[in-house]
Structures are given as C-alpha cells and as structure tokens.
Design a protein around this ligand. Structure first.
Ligand SMILES: Nc1ncnc2c1ncn2[C@@H]1O[C@H](COP(=O)(O)OP(=O)(O)OP(=O)(O)O)[C@@H](O)[C@H]1O
Ligand SMILES: [Mg+2]
Length: 262
C-alpha cells in the first residue's frame, strides 16, 4: 500500500497511435499529466490535435499504445481494459470535454438549468431543489444571469453557450477536463473574458486540463506545459514559457514567429 498517490501521474499516455485507414492521425505520443497541471497541445490544422484529445478521452480507440488513468480510489486503470460502461461513467463524472462547437457539448433544446443539472443526475443526485440550486450557482460562476436559467442555449450568444458548456462540465467537479479550441470562433473581447474565467476556475478547483488550441497566446495564458504537434507527431514538449521563449525545433520557431498560418 502506498500513500504517496499525489506523486503519481493522473494520466499516462504510452505510444498512443491512431491510423484512420492508411492516413495517420497521431503517432507514438507519450507523456504524463499530473493533478492540477494544464497542458496545451498546439500545431497547425491537421497536425493531430483533436485526434490526440479524442484518444486521451477514450472517445477513439488507439491503433497502438495505451492510456493509464489514476482513479479516485488511487488505483491505476488501463482505459481500454475497463468496461465500456466504466469508461462512459468516467466521461460523465470524472472528466469534462469542452467542444469547440458548443452545440456538440450542449443539449440545445433543454434549458440551461437542465443542461447543468443533467450532469449531476448522472452522478446520482435526485434532489430537484439541490440540483437547481447547484445549477444556479454554476451559472453565476460562469457569469450567466440567473434569470436565464430556464432559457435554452438556442437563445444564448456564442460566448454564453461556451460558458454554459463549461458550467455543465465542471458542476460534477471533474479531475480532468479536455478542451478543444475552447475560445475558437468567438470575438476577441469575448475570448479574453472566457480565458480569464477558465484560468481562474481551473486554478481554484485544481483541475488538470488538456487544452487544444492553435492560438499560442491561449497556450501561454492557460498552460504550464506545451506539446507541439506536426504531421501527427509530438515534435517538441516542455514547460510552456521555455518552449515559447526558446523553441528548439525549427517548426516551433516558425510557429512562434507566426509565420505559419493558424
Ligand atoms: N474521422 C477521421 N477519418 C479519417 N481521417 C481523419 C479523421 N479525423 C481526422 N483525420 C485525419 O487525421 C489527421 C489529423 O486530424 P485532426 O483532426 O486530429 O487534426 P487537428 O490538429 O485537430 O486539426 P484542426 O486544427 O484543423 O482541428 C488529418 O490528416 C485528418 O485528415
Ligand atoms: Mg481539431
């Protein structure tokens, strides 16, 4: 029996590889993520960022490699050795997944309160009053007026939808959150506010996060560590400030000097 579980990584990726037929999605990605750590994944379009995120969150089965996850009880589990219901349970409770397109992460015909409350019901909460109170609290935390709790996200702006998606994901106090371009497609001023909010919540709750972005400013603001991908491979990996201030790979140097199109 070990009591030093905090020193073990939350997530370990070993040689993660995904082929879509003969097309490479992601090749041989290996790294460790610790509790409370925020990692950014950057790289040009088609470099494999979303594939890696989907692999890590067990939405896509790897062609090779494995993912080890430290469960709440301290045991370590291989994601693809556990049962499908167990993986789904993790996805609904211990993890969050923020899609670039909030329509994919929300139920557009269900009220905002329902969208947040649904995640709580998935972990067994049945008390309507308590669920509604928690939903109202989370709407406040993501700066959505409580008066909008019974409206559906269809009536929300893009920025509000994205904040609602974040509330829905965080209400179960996940230990790990995956975010795919969380600020993509939003106005610059809305982006800045959302980033600020994300940074505050993630650090307050000490959630580990993997954030895909092609915006290095987002990576700089949110992450401790960064992985640079190109053609499905991780070509550079290190502390965010070090990689961005002193990139070693020529590709990263181009990315940092913004010569490459985002
Ligand atoms: N479902 C799929 N079927 C076939 N090929 C796919 C599929 N999803 C991704 N790919 C291919 O895998 C490679 C990596 O794609 P991926 O979507 O992971 O890139 P990305 O870095 O997220 O790009 P973007 O910044 O445009 O979102 C690309 O060559 C892509 O065409
Ligand atoms: Mg993508």
């Amino acid at each position: 029996m070990s009591t030093a579980n905090d020193e073990l990584p939350l997530l370990v990726a070993q040689g993660l590889t995904k082929w879509y037929g003969r097309r490479l999605g992601c090749r041989d990605a290996s790294f460790e993520l610790y509790e409370g750590e925020v990692m950014a994944v950057v790289g040009e379009s088609g470099s494999g960022k979303t594939t890696l995120l989907q692999l890590l969150s067990a939405q896509v089965e790897p062609s090779a490699g494995q993912i080890l996850y430290r469960m709440r009880d301290g045991s370590t589990a291989d994601l693809w050795s556990m049962s499908e219901p167990m993986r789904r349970f993790l996805f609904r409770t211990d993890w969050g997944y923020v899609h670039q397109d909030p329509k994919l992460g929300l139920r557009m015909g269900v009220s905002a309160g329902g969208n947040v409350g649904e995640r709580l019901m998935a972990v067994g909460d049945r008390n309507y009053g308590a669920i509604r109170a928690a939903a109202a609290d989370w709407l406040g935390r993501v700066e959505i007026p409580e008066s909008r709790i019974d409206d559906t996200p269809r009536t929300y702006s893009g920025g509000m939808r994205q904040r609602l998606q974040i509330a829905r994901n965080l209400v179960t106090a996940p230990r790990l959150i995956f975010m795919d371009e969380p600020t993509g497609g939003l106005d610059v001023s809305v982006q800045a506010r959302l980033l600020d909010l994300l940074r505050r919540i993630v650090s307050e709750m000490r959630i580990a996060a993997i954030v895909v972005t092609h915006d290095l400013a987002v990576a700089r603001l949110l992450s401790n560590r960064i992985m640079v991908m190109k053609d499905g491979k991780v070509i550079e990996h290190g502390l965010t400030d070090q990689v961005l201030d002193d990139p070693h790979e020529p590709y990263t140097q181009l990315l940092v000097s913004s010569i490459l199109p985002a």
